[in-house]
Write a protein that binds this ligand. Structure first.
Ligand SMILES: Cc1ncc(COP(=O)(O)O)c(C=O)c1O
Length: 374
């Protein structure tokens, strides 16, 4: 029997939000509302669609290795140099490239206790040790405890801001103080996959700090507000020396032609971007008002998803909603057994989700044992 490296026995396959096609097959339902993977429910830019159609004729040719045209356009837009950008097959790949490139066996990597699971998985694959720091109340990174967890073995720190799955941000001044405390030989990865949605005055703009802190990496993606999740394109912003390191490690043709073209065209469509942000904000206000009316507490979110405490077993709520064609994420696997994470959707889907949740809670409150066990 072939045996994998011992680290591989410590990890499990990534468990994504249930795909629409799978639920349709399983339940024989025609209408499915997917509010599970923090995708953009409003689609993607028509300019990207046009760019994909044009680029299709080039499919027989390999794409450019470092996405140079996209790099230049993005760099101009963000006000960084194009040699500070690395593109990946989703920002997932940048996380993989960072751990592949920098983590040795026994290196420690500090991260929040409830955060994006790919940090931990990738650290384990390299034989490193994830150091998970308990969250502070309210689903927020405990930056003081995270700073205390940094020692001579620490090679990398992940701060997911806003955080997935809790949707919360860390306060500006606290984050600035934390950044200052991270030693310059420790890589500080700021995962900002939901950056475009964050509108709080407490949200720290990290980009202006990039030149000052050469150990800082900022991760962003075209999968969320730009609506290009299936095309797989995300990026990391970092010192040019680190870009060179990652370029040596990455697969040559990691970002395909259609993805490069669509991402590039998306950068020209501010109208789509701002409309998505506006509609998300409306959805966020609608859902939070509904939760308040239902007496449910939630974590304040700066993203396109929200974690709400339904006061009932998350797994059961998940199953109940699945039967009605609504896919959400249950919190029991994330350490929040009575919370669910729901992606903010189109208004009609938000309303349908609320109707289904209300129906569940009505039944649950009538029954001591739980709805599905009766
Ligand atoms: C915090 C965070 N980082 C990174 C990713 C990876 O996104 P992608 O690989 O699609 O760019 C996600 C996806 O959900 C995420 O939530």
């Amino acid at each position: 029997m072939v045996k994998p490296r011992p680290q591989i026995d410590q990890i499990a396959m990534y468990s994504p939000g249930k795909p629409v096609e799978e639920l349709k097959r399983e339940k024989g339902l025609s209408k499915i509302v997917k509010m599970a993977s923090n995708e953009n429910p409003f689609g993607y830019s028509p300019l990207a669609a046009e760019a994909i159609r044009t680029e299709m004729k080039e499919i027989p040719l390999y794409p450019e290795v470092t996405s140079p045209l996209l790099a230049e356009k993005l760099a101009n837009k963000l006000g960084v140099a194009s040699n500070q950008v690395v593109f990946g097959n989703g920002s997932d790949e940048i996380i993989r490239l960072l751990t592949r490139t920098y983590i040795n066996e026994a290196d420690e990597v500090v991260m929040a206790g409830v955060t994006f699971p790919r940090y931990k998985t990738n650290v384990i694959i390299e034989g490193g040790s994830p150091v998970e720091v308990e969250m502070q109340e309210g689903g927020i990174h405990d930056l003081d405890k995270m700073a205390e967890a940094i020692n001579e073995k620490t090679k990398m720190v992940f701060v997911c801001n806003p955080n997935n799955p809790t949707g919360t941000i860390v306060e500006k001044e606290r984050l600035k103080a934390f950044i200052e405390k991270v030693p310059s030989h420790v890589i500080l990865v700021m995962d900002e996959a939901y950056y475009e949605y964050a509108d709080s005055s407490q949200y720290l703009e990290t980009l202006p700090l990039l030149d000052q802190y050469t150990n800082m990496v900022i991760l962003r993606t075209f999968s969320k507000v730009y609506g290009l999740a299936a095309l797989r394109v995300g990026y990391g912003l970092m010192a040019p020396e680190m870009v060179n390191d990652l370029h040596k490690v990455k697969e040559p043709f990691n970002v395909n032609r259609l993805a490069q073209a669509a991402a590039s065209a998306s950068l020209d469509d501010d109208e789509f971007l701002y409309e998505s942000i506006r509609l998300n904000k409306e959805g966020r206000e609608f859902l939070t008002k509904q939760f308040e009316a239902m007496n449910l507490s939630y974590f304040p979110t700066q993203t396109n998803f929200i974690m709400v405490d339904v006061g009932a077993p998350a797994k059961e709520v998940y199953e109940y909603l699945l039967n009605l064609g609504v896919i959400i994420r249950p919190g029991h696997l994330m350490g929040y057994p009575t919370m669910i994470r729901v992606t903010i959707g189109e208004q009609k889907d938000n309303q349908y989700f609320i109707d289904c949740l209300e129906a569940y809670l009505k039944e649950y409150r009538k029954s001591e044992k739980g709805v599905l066990k009766r």
